[in-house]
Ligand binder design. Sequence first.
Ligand SMILES: [Zn+2]
Ligand SMILES: [Zn+2]
Length: 387
Amino acid sequence: MKRCSISVNGIVQGVGFRPFVVINAKNNDLTGFVFNHDSGVEIEVQGEQKNIEHFLIAIKHPPPLAKITTISYDKIKPLVDEDDFKVKESVNNNGYTQLPADSAICDACLNDLFNPSTRFYHYPFVSCTHCGPRLSTTIRLPYDRDKTTFSPFKLCRDCLADYNDIKDRRYHAQTIACLQCGPKLSHKVIEIAQKIKQGEIVALKGLSGFHFVVDALNTDAIKRLRELKNRDYKPFALMALNTNSIKQHAYVNDKEKQCLSSIERPIVLLDKKQHILPELIAPGLNQLGFMLPYTPLHYLLFYYLTNNPTDNWLKEPNINILIMTSSNYTNEDMIINENHPHLTEVADTIVWHDRVITLGIDDSVIRAKNTKTILLRRGRGFTPHPI
Ligand SMILES: [Zn+2]
Ligand SMILES: [Zn+2]
């Protein structure tokens, strides 16, 4: 019988790392524990030497959002009365760890969002250990629900069951929430879609700040947005449902497609194809900045903007294109509060939700030509942690 203490550093909190450790420890018949502290994750395992070795190899291949920078381990004295592997309470030791950036909705949650048999059906804030808000919801470390802005939302029975079920992908997911127990939106998504179709300027509270949203095919609405925002020429960013929709308006090569679909979901600058979209979006420029939806709310918005969505609507080219521009004044911080006066100055409707954003983060901007990718603006998805 051997025992080993292991310290792991990097982006290892808020990424499903502890459940991943528990599953691997149990698969290898190891006892011990894992816990978060504010400079990383600490593990102790006990069992046969070869099982500990297998475990050490397995944890070097962590869940998708995790990024390990260092793993160090020491042999320690085995314990006599231990018969299980447990998640222990987090410890605050005033250290330093890295938090993952906010991540775009994962494919599994997107399936839940449009699956009528789950309780997450059409719920605008569905997330799991592999996706959703992180940086913009964390108040302090270690990353636990009571130190995030999800803490006021008490888990319902079903969410609590998932949270405690090690086989569930929402095991210890601090942002777990459903229609019954989670954050709520101020308006019905169908109403927001109608307002946009009618040419309104909608201020929309998203993952890490407010955007102004306008129908990109409505010249009058864009003109009004330019006047109210006092912005003569600066190009507006666009959001389309998928790359097939973007291809109606811009050229998209493989590298650009990969960047557009990445979990960081940056704005990608693309060469303009045809002049279907109003020139007023990016006056005098031969490029357009496109991004894909990255929150459940964005997908729901496209769902309600689409007339009679087919079974395959998520993949098919979609006629709706939205201007999705940050609501802040140029060179100022992202607006995260629904009472900010600039929102009423510009928007006809302000749509907000009751999950507090701790840190406003703007969309990132990328140019991806051939093999080279240039990050022109570091923002959401790429932000190193400031906590
Ligand atoms: Zn997910
Ligand atoms: Zn719930």
